[in-house]
Design a protein around this ligand. Sequence first.
Ligand SMILES: [Mg+2]
Length: 221
Amino acid sequence: MSLALVLDLDDTLYPERAYNFSGFRAVGRHLAAQHGISGFADCCVALFESGARGDIFDQALARLGVTADVAELLTVYREHAPEITLFEDARTLFERVRGKLPLALLTDGYAAVQRRKVAALGIADHFAARVFSDDEGREAWKPSPLPYLRVMNLLAQKAEEFIYVGDNPAKDFVTARKLGWQTVWVCRPGAVHQVEAVAPGFEADIVIESLTGLPWHRYGL
Ligand SMILES: [Mg+2]
């Protein structure tokens, strides 16, 4: 059996919160330079740390007592060149599998944003296939079968040879399992998406705390 390792991006290979904070800093620089508003990034980080999601920019502007065009800030956030780095265990994984197992990337999110993350991490060349589900539209995001089938077409292997490694049981594993893939949940302490309970059918075959815990012996490594 020739296996193929398929990897999610956010919170699987690098800490997603580092992207969030990098974006806050970019928007903060923009607001300071263009509108003379200071303290925005620190305010966003504090809101994020206290659990705010989704309307952080509105809340930060309100806290600072200023107004700005949130759509413009979102554009700056999404178009900034992210300052992010791989998890150490992801770096080790790339070294370990190099030339031994084919790797594929399967990631959701705005395609241009995800491509900027891949470029910032410098990992594009590790993958035999890179699938950005958003290339096929919002309806092709996980758990749509489309991006999984695209990976299978690109690598041309049997379903049971694919191993999907992701961090989010709400969307990463349900379709992979239905297609006959093996699944691994990397459940990191401190991840952006903390999970209370996993719905039936959405579980992974195995759960690990870091990529170091992958069952390498089963993969012949
Ligand atoms: Mg993820």
